[in-house]
Design a protein around this ligand. Structure first.
Ligand code: LLP
Length: 422
């Protein structure tokens, strides 16, 4: 459930009509609901209340400081994949002791900074990375807490671009080889082995792959324990799906119940890294119809938002619900492709949608809170959209719309004395 509802024929974010937001902040614009964010985070917290746990919000899904701050105030931890995400978490008031650092390509400077601020754990993805972390921790005179991210070879049955736990994926260490790599880690002087980590993919709508992966991780924990390597926590990653249009993903409570069943008598603290399930349906992309174009074969609604603002439809053929903001209209419904101004055939936000539209109408692309703004770009030299957070009856600008001058702020011409080509 989210807090974007129709009231008297007008789509609202909590108490604020989206028409008012468009007027104040312009379009395209991302609109987040604080109440929805908090509700979804608390759903995870409540679901795991009977088992020691830490919810680490996956920052890549939405890294706006206001979003991170709302979650930090609830006591959330954070899953990061770069020093940029780490600095965002710190700037938003997040606790470094509740940060786990994932990702296959951690640079030396990123590892150093994470050690300096004292993160909770590195989720290590290769032997080379272990060696690097051990060396840097030694230079700093600290012991680095590490988990190995294992690849359990489980098919998450999701879009192949967002499957991560199959043996052909670049992520993690093959679970069959994990024991020998754990032995290496345990022997390194500046590392402290604290956990096992596993993330099999995103937008999972079925519990079976999670259960399968956890079973394999628990078996590994047992084998490690037998060889004298004691594990404190299991990081089960993120991946729980949300409803975009027709999907019926399990609620966090059902997910937790399935996991708890397997974890019941185990001493391990559970770390989770949900992104989409917390923030996906806590945001919409508000956009205006610039033009309607009626051809002999197709009807197009050309919006002021494009694939550079929301890449998911173009990249994953993701279907987001698209709705009118003002219900009342004199227009007749037609079947539209809703497209943006970018010069790519793949630039669409929705295809074959039956909507009654007039030029100037506002529409909201729902389910845009996760992997929306964070995947946006300046392609076609389009300034990135504004971000607004609604809290009850107040709307706050939480990121200003980029200006054209921002687009080339770091660029330079060659010096004028450079000879021109003959
Ligand atoms: N932990 C790790 C190690 C991850 O790689 C991810 C997502 C998460 C947690 C959070 O997963 P979530 O709970 O959000 O499913 N851009 C794609 C999704 C890519 C997910 C990448 N990793 C999309 O728009 O569907």
């Amino acid at each position: 459930m989210d807090h974007f509802n129709d009231r008297d024929g007008l789509l609202h974010a909590e108490e604020v009509p989206l028409t008012e937001i468009a007027e104040r902040f312009g379009t395209p614009c991302y609109v987040y609901s604080r109440a929805t964010l908090e509700r979804h985070w608390r759903a995870f917290e409540r679901a795991f209340r009977d088992h020691p746990h830490l919810i680490c919000f996956s920052v890549k899904s939405n890294s706006n400081l206001a979003v991170l701050n709302v979650l930090a105030r609830l006591g959330s931890g954070f899953d990061i994949v770069s020093v940029g995400e780490l600095e965002r978490v710190l700037a938003a008031g997040g606790d470094p002791a509740r940060v786990v650092f994932s990702g296959v390509g951690k640079r030396a400077d990123e590892i150093r900074r994470a050690l300096e601020v004292g993160i909770r754990c590195f989720n290590v993805e290769s032997e080379s990375e272990l060696t690097r972390i051990d060396r840097i921790a030694g230079e700093l005179g600290v012991r680095a807490p590490v988990s190995l991210r294992v690849n359990p070879d489980v098919d998450p049955q999701t879009h192949h671009y967002i499957s991560t736990g199959l043996k052909e994926n670049k992520f993690g260490i093959d679970i069959q080889e994990a024991e020998s790599v754990y032995a290496l880690a345990a022997a390194m002087p500046n590392l402290k082995v604290v956990g096992i980590d596993c993330h099999i993919g995103s937008q999972l709508t079925d519990l079976a792959p999670f259960i399968d992966a956890l079973g394999r991780v628990l078996a590994l924990a047992d084998r490690l324990c037998a060889s004298g390597i004691a594990i404190e926590h299991l990081d089960l990653g993120g991946g729980l799906g949300i409803r975009y249009r027709e999907e019926h993903p399990p609620e966090p409570a059902a997910y937790a119940a399935a996991m708890s069943h397997l974890l019941a008598d185990r001493p391990y603290e559970v770390i989770l890294e949900p992104g989409r399930a917390i923030v996906g349906n806590a945001g919409v992309l508000l956009t205006q119809v610039e033009y309607l174009k009626h051809g002999p074969h197709k009807h197009f609604a050309i919006l002021d938002a494009a694939m550079n603002d929301l890449l998911r439809p173009a990249l994953y053929q993701a279907g987001h619900e698209i709705v009118r903001v003002v219900q009342e209209t004199d227009a007749d419904p037609s079947r539209y492709d809703l497209v943006g101004p970018v010069c790519e055939t793949g630039d669409f936000l929705g295809k074959d949608r039956t909507l009654a539209l007039e030029e100037g109408d506002l529409v909201a692309v729902r389910g845009a809170g996760a992997y929306g703004f964070t995947m946006s770009s300046n392609y076609n030299s389009r300034p990135r959209a504004a971000e607004v957070m609604v809290d009850g009856d107040r709307a706050y600008l939480v990121r200003a719309r980029e200006q054209v001058a921002d687009l080339y702020a770091g660029e330079q011409l060659l010096p004028s004395e450079t000879p021109d080509a003959a």
